[in-house]
Design a protein around this ligand. Sequence first.
Ligand code: 3H9
Length: 702
Amino acid sequence: MTEVVHYEVRQHVAVVTLDNPPVNALSVGKGVLQGILDHVKAAEHDPDVRLILLIGAGRNFSGGADITEFGKPPVPGMATLRDVLAYLDTVTKPIAAAIAGPTMGGGLELALGAHWRCALTGAQIGLPEVKLGILPGAGGTQRLPRLIGVEAALPMIVGGDPVTTERALELGIVDDIVTGDLRAAAVAWAAKLVKDGRASVRRASAMAAALPDGVEADAFFAQARERVAKEWRGYPAPLECVACVEAAVKQPFAAGLRFERERFEHLVATDESRALRHAFFAERAAGKVDGLPDDTPVRSIRSVAVIGAGTMGGGIAMNFVNVGIPVKLVERAPDALQRGLATIAKNYAATVAKGRLAQDEMDRRMALLTPVDDIAQLGDVDLVVEAVFEEMEVKQAIFRALDAVAKPAAILATNTSTLDIDAIAAVTQRPGDVIGLHFFSPANVMKLLEIVRGARTAPDVIATAMKLAKTIRKVGVLVGVCDGFVGNRMVAAYFREAAFLLEEGASPQQVDRALEAFGFAMGPFRVGDLAGLDIGWAIRKRQAATRDPNERYAAAADRLCEAGRFGQKTGAGWYRYEPGRRDPIPDPEVDAIIVQTAAEAGIARREIGDAEIVERCVLQLVNVGAELLDEGVAQRASDIDIVYLFGYGFPRYRGGPMFHADLVGLPNVVAAMERYRASVGAWWTPAAGLARRAAEGGRFGG
Ligand code: 3H9
């Protein structure tokens, strides 16, 4: 077994080094915590040792408890983080911790069990447990408020965002900043503490958790609860965090610790925490491509061209200039090009006005944009992203032109959301260099990037695109070619089901309310009104000739468009909107259209419960997700979840549609689908892979 904790004594300082790559997770099973405990005990009893220094090997102190061990049985004979911290509180020698890199969760809790802390510039210091649906369960909620005061500690515990080294110094989390080589600097710092006689024993557990002067605890926590409940609807952990910090104020340390532990044990067993932990690992898994070796070479992307300066093209261009990559923005008509640039400038100016971007940074980004009116000028760029009108002939013409001018090894990407990438690649002499980069609107804001591999896309082009997603701070998910790829193909079934529910008796506001109560950021009809109903209408008109006349078709959306109701932009869609206001107002005219179309289709309307609405809409997502897995369009179920969490406002605390289905239980999912197949229609047939997994007692899993 490799040694995961090392020990040496230098200048009377016992250096206990955590060495569990990649992030020094505090694993029980691997013996990290037992190792710390053993070495600290040895140091406590070594007469040569005057101070004990905890430090991490590699780039960070510790990323916290080992999340893969949650929910697993205890390991007999192995110390836990709580055991270590309980022992640290009995040690009679000063203990210090050297913080560097991500120092999070249990990692910070361990450091809080020390009496002195130094940190290297560039560290990220925080308690992100809440993002995993839990709370700091090894004393973090009790020690941090005691160390830095309740007002500063509460947002760190409830929000989970890390602070910088400099901020940690201001807050009093760390005592000193060190620079240079961490190990050398930290040992020198610790030795100096001893030499200067500063190294006292100062336990956070012995301090009092203070509120600002004159602030009364009950009122403070009542206000905090109100704020947190509003901001974190659906998430149980943030309110529990407030309760624990309140315990830090009102109860002795030992009682607060017991309370924290009990709330931690409760939270770790909730579906929300399981879902959030799934999301954490799913996000990391999404970056991996099956069958693509880790050492696949990547092409360097130092310059980009974006073809099309519309809303989408402009948003895409912003992603690159935001990270310092110059962009040629291409549009043939000079006025359209100027309009595109002006929109980008307006977007940045709005961010500057909000104080979230410095004016000179905006100027720097704008200067990275070069307007270009001809594809012939793209001979020197490393990547081209085409973002023009969704028409195959138009795109093919552009790719033919690109093929003629682009330098060898340039990557040619299309932002198509529906068209066949292989048919686009086929017009070039270099189909291996062609890939889909499907951004979501607004492209400068939405985190999701579907990376669409064509049949002939080269492995290094895929690897480059996956890396590029990280560079531009997107969550890249690799998908295969099919109509709508993963996200839009699934959402089409979801929207269709929502429209059927209207015909059968629900109202737009009931459907939206039910799905928003489930946790979606916005219900489908509000989304439709925001995005504009004319887009879907145009697509449906194109598809009309090939539509199976025997298939059920909900006509209400077309009727709205025929009446000029395109959504928010025309002041009316599924709802009505008053000028200058975005809140939707239910509209009897819409109800009349729905009743009329239902009658024409011969559908008898009935009362529909919210549970049915949610079940039908979400299970449609699940079933199409299962089809996509069957067809190999998605690599793994968790990738589908990531698409939905980052691109479609699916509630993170439910983990994504596929994880949700696993929680419901696949036999229950199939039973519900069979029920709807009998009562609603044939499209409720379970996908083969779903039926198979249900029959075998399986799950979608990761
Ligand atoms: C906790 O501490 C509970 C306590 O309060 C109470 C206990 C009683 N465990 O993200 P990366 C893996 S809860 C296990 O790509 P980066 C990760 O899956 C914990 N594994 O690197 C990945 O594996 P793979 C509170 C972990 O440099 C690899 O390490 N802490 C853990 O972009 C590299 O990760 C947190 O919530 C872990 N704790 O970012 C922090 N952390 O290579 C969670 C990472 O197989 N971690 N892995 O895909 C993070 O936020 C980031 O990983 C970090 C590094 C910022 C540390």
